[in-house]
Write a protein that binds this ligand. Sequence first.
Ligand code: KMT
Ligand code: NI
Length: 172
Amino acid sequence: MKAYWFDDLPGDQREPHDSGREVSPEYLSKLGILYFNYPNVEDVNALAASRDYKNRDEITISPQTLGDVYEEKVKMFFNEHLHEDEEIRYLLDGGGFFDVRSEGDDWIRIKLEKHDLMIMPAGIYHRFTTDTQNYTKAMRLFKEEPKWTPLNRGEETDKNQFRLDYLRQRDT
Ligand code: KMT
Ligand code: NI
């Protein structure tokens, strides 16, 4: 796991886009983001149990598994969105990037590698992309009634109650 300011330069979304300016764990925690490195899946199970997560699935995002729709999916995940529930992702293999919005609405890129686990709060704007390896195997954890449908950013989501609650928490 490594976090840095996105360089905002043109080019493939899967390139690192590393500005060279790092983002500290303290700043990420201010945004409500937590992360861990869990080589042992038992630790993931314990975290899931402690937060009352009962469901999970596994997704492999690669041209091998998704075929023709791979490029389409990669573009879709990169649409800026929020969820009305927190999002937990555990990297089982490969790598990938989650971009999250800072307080000033700039992009922070979070590089996830095998065994990294990240928790993003409900209401934060974010997007995801594979890296140039084109291979992400991830576990997605859900509570019983997941409300994790991606809501793409727009006027509607700016007024969403989960968005407003997130901003209130972040800014206190
Ligand atoms: C999301 O919410 O953007 C995703 O779940 C991306 C796929 S999981 C690595
Ligand atoms: Ni998401």
